[in-house]
Design a protein. Structure first.
Length: 307
């Protein structure tokens, strides 16, 4: 069988990880790859930093036309969709805790607030915490949020952001879900160890009874609630992510002869712009063009006024 040059298209860096471990024999044929999500890009950067990464990879997630829209509006909407389909609870008036105020968290918080929930944000990054405060949300730490929250959604890409002590503090009936990449954000083992009983009460909803008499409802076993309990992001937002994937692959293949160093690359700015322009066109939205006079004014360092 003749070996063909290959490219990889990943979502979470699992394929790249496999190529660097179990299937190293295929690595020589790989021109490069693309990576869809935040968690995958973090893993690739770690591979680049310790010198493990053997092929160039484009961080599609970092394109503005990806994370600004897919992570924020796509995850925001589909996470609410997943929670509502699974539980059918009334969100208006509920205290809704969003853990992680990154691109996904911002989207989830905004949708929850839009439907009338009281949003509480938990963040570790001072800038993002401050942004959440000025966006109008209550910001606090997990210890306090656990005691006041009625619904909890994790979107951090991090490990055990909800742990046993948080479950112990939650009020009766608390609903807990994850929208981050893996099912590690919620310490499910700790919850299982604490619980006196577990019962599936609706599709995708497990009721954990704790010794303190309170019940915790875990959605989708801590997996991505928007995928497990709904249908993921609408196609109208994934189109931009996939356009970035396709155009980045084209860019990689076009430059295959250049022997690009094995590192994590940004999506070229012209691709990002092209995707935004195409999306606007598809939506029938008109873009204002700069006049020649305005172009000249912006390009000049001498002109402060027009006098
Ligand atoms: N569900 C989906 O369909 C979907 C879509 C896109 C991305 N994701 C995943 O969602 C996760 C978040 O993505 P993002 O683009 O918002 O990332 P991001 O880096 O923009 O945001 C993550 C935020 O979590 C914060 N954080 C980290 N540890 C924390 C902790 N212990 N407590 C509170 N905050 C903490 C970080 O400071 C950061 O602001 C990633 O795992 C990503 O792969 C999921």
């Amino acid at each position: 069988l003749q070996r063909q040059p290959m490219v990889t298209m990943d979502d979470g860096a699992d394929l790249i990880s496999m190529l660097h471990t179990d299937r190293r024999d295929l690595l020589d044929d790989v021109i490069g790859g693309t990576e869809e999500t935040t968690t995958g890009v973090i893993r690739l950067r770690a591979m680049e930093a310790d010198g493990t990464l053997a092929v160039p990879v484009v961080a599609v997630n970092d394109a503005m036309t990806k994370h600004f829209f897919d992570n924020r509006y796509g995850t925001g909407q589909s996470t609410m969709d997943g929670i509502l389909r699974a539980t059918n609870v009334l969100l208006a008036g509920k205290t809704f805790v969003v853990i992680g105020y990154g691109w996904c968290g911002r989207g989830i918080a905004r949708k929850a607030a839009g439907i009338g929930a009281h949003v509480v944000v938990v963040e570790v990054d001072p800038l993002k915490a401050l942004e959440a405060v000025m966006d109008g949300y209550r910001v606090t730490d997990m210890a306090e949020a656990a005691a006041i929250g009625q619904m909890f959604v994790t979107a951090t890409g991090n490990l055990h952001v909800i742990n046993g002590s948080h479950f112990a503090a939650m009020p009766d009936g608390a609903i807990v879900a994850n929208a981050g990449h893996f099912n590690v954000e919620i310490d499910i083992k700790a919850l299982q160890a604490m619980a006196e009983s577990v019962a599936l009460v609706r599709a995708g909803v497990e009721e954990y009874k704790l010794p303190n008499g309170r019940r915790i409802y875990l959605l989708a076993q801590g997996r991505l609630v928007n995928l497990a309990c709904a249908e993921g992001h609408p196609a109208e937002v994934m189109d931009m992510s996939f356009a970035n994937q396709a155009l980045s692959i084209k860019w990689l293949v076009a430059g295959a002869g250049e022997n690009r160093p094995a590192k994590v690359y940004a999506v070229p700015e012209e691709i990002d712009k092209q995707v935004a322009e195409l999306k606007l066109k598809a939506m029938g939205v008109k873009l204002q063009e700069l006049s020649e006079e305005q172009r000249k004014y912006l390009a000049s360092w001498a002109l402060g006024t027009t006098d």
